[in-house]
Structures are given as structure tokens and as C-alpha cells.
Design a protein around this ligand. Structure first.
Ligand code: SUG
Length: 442
């Protein structure tokens, strides 16, 4: 049992994205500097999934609840068929950008899977989940309906209420723009947005803002959030590469670490006034520029709380960067955090996904974890099984031209089929399995 019944303090369970077998660098995300910089490079799906497993093991060994979400099934050749490419030659004929969208392993960044509200913070008293529509990018927009289905299969207890993704124009990128803080006055759900639905209003000049204010407000409303705050991202931060707010801010429990220029003027002051008991550490541009935040992913570190101690899981690049490392040292010296551990997650990082992008936080009160599928909870034995599975099914190297290889599509489905058996998820977990079953019974 974790937490306490009706307790104001649910514990945070982290559900990481298990990296899928088609992990590749296609440069699909304009506004995401790392994705554009690494477009066309060779990736290593096997190294990627193993790096993620290393992080999960470290979090779990701290004594925290660790789970994972299976990858969404890729490729989505059905999307190409729907666009008029023939069943026989879609993989050969589709333009590179469409093909890459259908092969993207982007569901690994589970911070974008959904927005989750703790049962203790919701008027209804249930854990509330809205799968993100990710409507700003084609490859990511494919995830919404599938992730919504997957989340229902993983969080299936009566403690959970699932909401469908929002309508597409209400662009929603999930928990990458959402943080739960534990203030002296109770839980506070902090939402960040980059633009309003209407075309008027402040917008970034270089890159498009992804999260729409009305989407965040709709989620808070449908989740019955008791205390919510909506903060506008600074357009300059988005233009510097903060395509998600979690590139420039991270909060957990009674800590909030942020770049001083992450939000529009006055927003941090509003946050401060509503968060008694929370220590806010804002790092000014004289200590670290927004560009260096984006280059190092300092604020995309995963911040963990255990018994009042705060542990920062930071990307290895932070340790190698004088300015970013100095910020971490200062946080340690003043007791903002108590420990730091550095991780090599370069496979994901090259697509703009750091430690915090790779996990969905699910705040769980007493007993609620029992409603999560046991196959998706981390254990030492599970870790060994998953490593062996990855060794058997994942390619060591993948180049953009390999996406034309029909064997890759087959291998990917075989890997996921094996995964559902390993985790006892059922043989109808993935849409492609359901299609196969239906064609057998015809
Ligand atoms: O949506 N990258 C992802 C990275 C998501 C990071 N998540 C958080 N910040 N929470 C994105 O931009 C790149 C795929 C490619 O180019 O192949 C990509 O989708």
C-alpha cells in the first residue's frame, strides 16, 4: 500500500515509455532543436531501449513506484493506405516525411501521453486522465486515439476515469506542460500554454507554440481540478527551443525549478503567491541562457522526491557544461535538492527527449496502484526479461533508408507481439493484433 486513504499527499509513480523498435531520427519536429539537428542520422533502437531501462532501474532502486508503458505499434502502414498508397507498395512509394511519421517511435516520450490529475486534487475523488491529442505534429497526432486505448488497458481499476483526447484545434501536449505541486494549501495543478485558440494575442516569432490555453482549461474543467493555475510561456523561450515547457521548468512536491525567462512577465509572481511552502528556484539569464538550457536540458531533468529528499536525475550533458553544472551545485549547496545523478540518454536526447520527457507521472493515493496492470510495473525480474527481449528483437542500427525495408515492419510487430505475451497483456492489446484475429475468424 502506498499513500494514505484520502491523504493530501499521493505518491508519484513514474511510468516511462518503453522505447519502440523503430526509434529513428527523422527531423519531424520543427521547433525542437535536437530533432532538427540530428535529422537523417543513424539511430540505435537497442541502445535507446536499454538506456531507458537503466533510468527506470535507478528510479526504482530509490524505492519509488516505477512502471512503464509499452510502445505504440509502429509502423502505421494503415495510415499510408488511407492516404491512397497501395497495400503492396506504400512503404516503397510514400514520401520520406509521411513514411517517417508512420514509423516514429515518439510514444516513448510519455510525458506527452496524457495529463493526469490526482484523485485528491479532483472534486470527483478519482484519478483523471486525458490522453493528449498532440495535434501540432502529424507523427505525434497519430498517437492520441491509440494512447487513449492503451491507457485504458493499463490503468483499468475503478479508481481511474479516462477522458478522450480533446478536439484537434485545442492542441494539447499532455503533462509536458503540467506539474502538480504540493503547497501548504493542498495540491496545485500548474498548466503552461504557449498560445490562445484565437489568432490574436502574443505568439512566438520563430517557432509555433504547441499548447493552447483553452485546451489546458478544458482539461482542468473536465478533471474537476480543485486548484488550477494557468501560466503563459514566454514566446522568447519557445523561440529558443522550449517547444514544451518541461524544457525550461520542472517541479515536484514542494520544489519548482525554472529558468527565470520561461514564463511571460508576471507569471512567476502569480505562481509564488499561490504556492506557500513551495521552494521556487528561478535561474536568471546571467547564470544560464535559455539557449544553454535547451542545449543541456538541465530543466528536463527528472526531479524525484523521497521522504522529503529531492533527487535530480540529470542528462550527462549537464555535468559537462560549466554553467549548468554550477547551477546544480548551487541547488545542492542551498538544499533545494539533496542528490544528483547523471544519465546517458543520448539516443532519446538526440530527438529532444530528456529524462523528464520519458516519464508520465501518475500521482497515486492509497491502493490506487493496484488498478495498474501488473505487467507494466517494474521489477528486477521484469528488467532482465525486457533486456533479453530487446536484445532478441531490436536492431543495433537504423538509418532513414531502412524505413523502406519491409522486414523492419515485420520485426517490429513480432517484437510487440512477444512483448504482449511477456507482460501478459493479452493477444488483442495492439490494433494490428485485433486486425489479425479478425481476419483469422473470417
Ligand atoms: O514532440 N521529438 C519529440 C520530443 C518530445 C519531448 N517531450 C517532452 N518535452 N516532454 C517532439 O518534438 C522527434 C522525432 C523525429 O524527429 O524523428 C520528436 O518527435
Amino acid at each position: 500500500m502506498i499513500g494514505g486513504a484520502g491523504s493530501l499527499n499521493p505518491v508519484t509513480a513514474n511510468f516511462d515509455g518503453l522505447v519502440g523498435p523503430t526509434h529513428n531520427y527523422a527531423g519531424l519536429s520543427h521547433g525542437n532543436v535536437a530533432s532538427l539537428d540530428h535529422a537523417g542520422q543513424e539511430s540505435s533502437p537497442r541502445a535507446a531501449v536499454l538506456q531507458g531501462l537503466d533510468k527506470m532501474a535507478a528510479v526504482s532502486r530509490l524505492g519509488l513506484v516505477q512502471g512503464f508503458l509499452p510502445p505504440l505499434a509502429r509502423p502505421r502502414l494503415d495510415v499510408l493506405h488511407g492516404l491512397g498508397f497501395s497495400e503492396d507498395s506504400a512503404q516503397r512509394d510514400a514520401p520520406a516525411a509521411l513514411l517517417a511519421a508512420c514509423f516514429s517511435a515518439s510514444s516513448m516520450w510519455t510525458a506527452n501521453a496524457a495529463t493526469v490529475t490526482a484523485s485528491t486534487d479532483s472534486h470527483g475523488g478519482y484519478v483523471q486522465l486525458t490522453a493528449a491529442n498532440l495535434s501540432s505534429k502529424l507523427h505525434r497526432s497519430l498517437e492520441g486515439p491509440e494512447m487513449s486505448d492503451l491507457l485504458r488497458r493499463v490503468f483499468r481499476g475503478s479508481a481511474f476515469v479516462h477522458h478522450a483526447p480533446l478536439l484537434a484545434p485545442l492542441a494539447d501536449e499532455g503533462a509536458a506542460n503540467h506539474t502538480r505541486l504540493r503547497t501548504d494549501a493542498g495540491g496545485l495543478d500548474v498548466f503552461a500554454f504557449g498560445r490562445d485558440l484565437s489568432p490574436s494575442g502574443v505568439r512566438p516569432k520563430r517557432f509555433a507554440a504547441r499548447q493552447v490555453r483553452e485546451a489546458s482549461e478544458a482539461i482542468a474543467r473536465r478533471h474537476g481540478v480543485k486548484r488550477a493555475l494557468f501560466l503563459r510561456q514566454a514566446p522568447e523561450a519557445i523561440d529558443a527551443g522550449a517547444f514544451h515547457n518541461d524544457v525550461v521548468a520542472v517541479g515536484e512536491g514542494a520544489r519548482f525549478l525554472t529558468h527565470g525567462n520561461a514564463y511571460a512577465p508576471g507569471e512567476l509572481e502569480r505562481l509564488e503567491s499561490l504556492t506557500p511552502g513551495v521552494r521556487i528556484a528561478a535561474v536568471g539569464p546571467e547564470r544560464l541562457s535559455l539557449e544553454d538550457c535547451v542545449a543541456t536540458y538541465l530543466f528536463n531533468s527528472q526531479l524525484l522526491e523521497q521522504d522529503g529528499r529531492y533527487v535530480l536525475l540529470a542528462p550527462i550533458g549537464v555535468q559537462r557544461h560549466e554553467g549548468a553544472k554550477a547551477v546544480v551545485e548551487a541547488w545542492l549547496a542551498e538544499g533545494t535538492i539533496h542528490e544528483v545523478a547523471y544519465f546517458d540518454l543520448h539516443q532519446s536526447m538526440r530527438n529532444g527527449g530528456g529524462p523528464a520527457c520519458l516519464r508520465l507521472r501518475v500521482p497515486l493515493a492509497d491502493g490506487e496502484v493496484d488498478g495498474a496492470h501488473p505487467g507494466c510495473l517494474w521489477s528486477e525480474a521484469r528488467d532482465l526479461q525486457l533486456r533479453a527481449w530487446a536484445q532478441a528483437h531490436y536492431r543495433e542500427r537504423l538509418r532513414p533508408e531502412d524505413l523502406r525495408d519491409p522486414a523492419l515492419a515485420r520485426e517490429s510487430h513480432e517484437a510487440l507481439d512477444a512483448l504482449t505475451q511477456l507482460l501478459e497483456l493479452g493477444s488483442d492489446f495492439y490494433p494490428f493484433q485485433r486486425v489479425q484475429q479478425a481476419s483469422k475468424t473470417r
